[in-house]
Design a protein around this ligand. Structure first.
Ligand code: M6R
Length: 607
């Protein structure tokens, strides 16, 4: 999963390509590279590591050329070293690729047997070698060679290619990975998303699945999967060209945690009318009265948001929810109900597993709702109903503000379902909406514990293993807390349902294993506190996150973080904050790269 960009410009393109790559670094940052056509020949600069390393290389060894490609990589096949960095090239063609070529081994073996000399350990290089073989051995034109290459490869990809001797040509294709074409004035651009294109143009056309395009400075032609010319709509993208900055914070993650009162408020405004304390008519196409169950699916943090929503739909709407991780759901042989409904949750809207699960559900006749942050994403475009959140660009790899905003959208949807199914009275609805409207203030209150959390996190950062426990809606918060901690601090952490501890994980408890106990004063409080005492009795170190009352009643604990009192079922919106801050400060205490942790990428567009 990588970011790709291509420019047919009026002047040298290396610098604008690097600027576009900066906006695509969220898709991977193992290596980066640029290739251009300079005096008819392919020239390249590539560097392992983050974009800055490439930038420095380009400063030492500048690259001329008005036609070029760029790539930022998240390694799948082949280590993150210079040789495996894109663009890959022969003397005929240079290519960038996002995705995975599933049959690359077979193709590589055949090409190698014919004497083709592979320079990298990647699956992607086979694209360049195949094109070159068609040109060299069969006299194919670039377009013909590109099309024949496409007919040979299997997998998910977005590809762009430039050719030696062709200063006015980019060929591009999409199959499973997003690709957009941007129209300039006598210039043309391609990129993995509209965000990459935003500094250059807002006139954007997305390729459909199976499309390929022939791009020149004067325009472009699109061909569908059958090779027939196709019309694709040009939109005026609303994506801003302003590159978000850290706003005085040390990391994007810190900024994004602090933005939550505001963006949760913005998202609420989309779903709720604050004056009437009622839901807006936000037009969910589901007929909730007719649904027997609702399918919910997502990955990572978005999945935990869905898991919390399960409690809401079941309590407020008496609507059973079947929730699964998208990478599992997509391959399950589910007996889908006739005219059922499915909701997919994704910040980026590009997560490959979530998109594939969505398509599977759609193919089985389900009505598709999508909770997304990026309005022009693939998931948003393929859904029947979009429940857009207003989190704004989330740059930190660890998802924070998108999570709380997803919860707002899902809570609103669950209340709507409860109203339509006649489970929630008008008064119930008003009370829930009023409680939802309080969450921005409560999140702001939770943020005031930052200094205290920083101190506790400094201690926590010395642990090798940490457990998180919670019950009911606090169980997904335990899972989310553990995910957040491990992904940015590299401390091993696991979340458990508090009641599950005694069925195995309690064997891990000793004085070296802190346990974060998420226990607001709700109907599960006493049971969770009993589990906490079982931990204390075994020499464990509990860190209790609760409200004032909960902390007071709990007795002696190793440490406590106070959170404001909340509506019992809406506590995840507020308790997300302390677990985010704990992870953040544990990571800063350890000195890890908080915004771009090792081995990860913001948008996961491969399986
Ligand atoms: O863009 P999405 O919401 O679909 O992404 C899903 C996960 O990849 C994402 O939440 C991931 O788990 C985050 N790194 C968690 O902080």
């Amino acid at each position: 999963m990588c970011g790709i960009v291509g420019i047919l410009g009026k002047d040298d393109v290396a610098a604008p390509i690097v600027e576009a790559l900066r906006r695509l670094e969220y898709r991977g940052y193992d290596s980066a590279g640029v290739a251009t056509i300079d005096k008819g020949e392919i020239a390249r600069r590539r560097a392992a590591g983050k974009l800055n390393v490439l930038r420095e290389k380009l400063a030492r060894e500048p690259l001329a050329g008005r036609a070029g490609l760029g790539h930022t990589r998240w390694a799948t096949h082949g280590a993150p070293i210079d040789e495996n960095a894109h663009p890959h090239a022969t003397d005929r063609v240079s290519i960038v690729h996002n995705g995975i070529i599933e049959n690359f081994r077979e193709l590589r073996d055949k090409l190698a047997a014919k004497g083709r000399n592979f320079q990298s350990a990647t699956d992607s290089e086979v694209i360049a070698q195949l094109i070159t073989a068609y040109i060299d051995e069969e006299g194919a034109s670039p377009i013909d060679a590109f099309r024949r290459m496409l007919s040979r490869i299997r997998g998910a990809f977005a590809i762009a290619a430039i050719f030696a001797g062709e200063d006015d040509l980019i060929l591009a294709a999409r199959q499973g990975s997003p690709l957009a074409i941007g129209r300039g004035d006598g210039e043309m651009f391609i990129g993995s998303d509209a965000f990459a294109l935003a500094p250059f143009t807002n006139r954007v056309t997305y390729l459909d699945e199976g499309d390929h395009a022939v791009v020149t400075r004067q325009g472009f032609e699109v061909f569908d999967s059958g090779g027939a010319p196709a019309q694709r709509r040009e939109i005026v993208s609303s994506v801003s060209d302003a590159m978000v900055d850290k706003d005085g914070h040390r990391h994007f993650m810190a900024k994004e945690i602090h933005e939550q009162p505001e963006v949760v408020g913005h998202t609420l405004a989309r779903f709720v009318d604050p004056t009437a304390a009622a839901l807006r008519d936000f037009g969910a196409g589901f007929d909730f009265r007719k649904l027997d169950r609702l399918i919910v699916s997502a990955c990572g943090t978005a999945y935990y948001a869905g898991l919390i929503a399960k409690y809401w739909f079941e309590t407020w709407a008496r609507l059973p929810v079947e929730i699964d991780i998208a990478s599992e759901l997509r391959y399950r042989d589910i007996p889908y109900p006739k005219k059922g409904g499915a909701v997919f949750v994704s910040q980026s809207g590009e997560t490959a597993d979530t998109l594939a699960a969505l398509r599977e559900a759609k193919a089985h006749g389900q009505r598709i709702g999508a909770v997304v942050n990026v309005a022009e994403s693939s998931i948003a475009r393929e859904a029947d109903d979009i429940f857009q959140i207003n989190a704004g660009p989330e740059i930190g790899v660890a998802s924070t503000k998108a999570f709380t905003c997803q919860l707002v959208a899902l809570a609103s949807l669950a209340i709507k379902a409860g109203a339509e199914r006649g489970v929630l009275s008008k008064d119930d609805q008003t009370a829930l909406v009023a409680a939802l409207l309080e969450t921005p203030r409560l999140i702001a209150e939770a943020l005031q514990q930052e200094k205290a959390i920083e101190k506790i996190a400094a201690d926590l950062s010395k642990a090798r293993d940490i457990l998180y426990i919670g019950r009911g809606v606090s169980f997904p918060i335990a899972l989310e807390g553990a995910l957040k901690l491990k992904e940015i601090s590299y401390i091993h952490a696991e979340g458990y349902a508090a009641g599950e501890l005694k069925h195995g994980p309690i064997a891990l408890i000793d004085e070296h294993v802190p346990v974060v106990v998420v226990a607001p004063s709700d109907r599960h409080y006493e049971k969770t506190i009993s589990n906490m005492h079982e931990i204390i009795a075994r020499g464990g170190r509990p860190l209790l996150i609760s409200d004032k009352r909960g902390i007071k009643e709990a007795g002696d604990v190793w440490a406590a973080i106070e959170a404001p009192e909340t509506h019992p079922l809406l506590s995840p919106l507020v308790y997300a904050v302390p677990v985010q801050l704990l992870a953040y400060f544990a990571a800063t205490a350890k000195g890890t790269d908080v915004d771009q942790p090792r081995n990860l990428a913001k948008s996961v567009t491969v399986e």
